[in-house]
Design a protein around this ligand. Structure first.
Ligand code: THU
Length: 137
């Protein structure tokens, strides 16, 4: 599948779930609420918001809550991902969160980006992942 194919994903539903999640953000320090949503391989929508902390460096990005939601709901793999800021604009996941998402990617996982749909491999090329750990065992 080309990265620009919508892949049968209901992107509008993911956007709506991300906006709903953003509305639950706890971001009193940055005042930058973020919401993220993803479609799992078995058709669930999982989501998360950022949760900040008075010890600023302990802030949890929205994607942290999303992968927690993934596991609390039964686990699985992520097919498609959407992240928004307070205005509902598409937000690129930060570097750490790309790594978090990489761990649970389904083959060909897609992300809505500021430049359209891209694959996980495009936004985190040459990634380090679970397979690398197997190589040296
Ligand atoms: N943030 C996320 O939740 N996800 C990202 O991928 C980028 C940054 C949050 C962390 C912090 O609460 C706020 O955005 C400002 O950096």
């Amino acid at each position: 599948m080309a990265a620009t194919d919508t892949g049968g994903v209901d992107w509008a539903a993911l956007e709506a779930a991300a906006v709903t999640a953003m509305g639950k953000a706890y971001a009193p320090y940055s005042k930058f609420p973020v919401g993220a949503a993803a479609l799992t391989e078995d058709g669930r929508i999982v989501s998360g918001c950022n949760v900040e902390n008075a010890s600023y460096g302990l802030t949890l990005c929205a994607e942290c809550a999303l992968v927690g939601d993934l596991h609390m709901g039964g686990g699985g793999r992520l097919r498609a991902f959407y992240c928004v800021d307070a205005k509902g604009n598409i937000l690129m996941p930060c570097g750490r969160c790309r790594q978090l998402l990489y761990e649970f990617r389904a083959p060909g996982m897609q992300l809505m980006t500021t430049q359209g749909i891209k694959t996980m491999d495009q936004v985190l090329p040459d990634a380090f992942g679970p397979d690398n750990l197997e190589e040296n065992r």
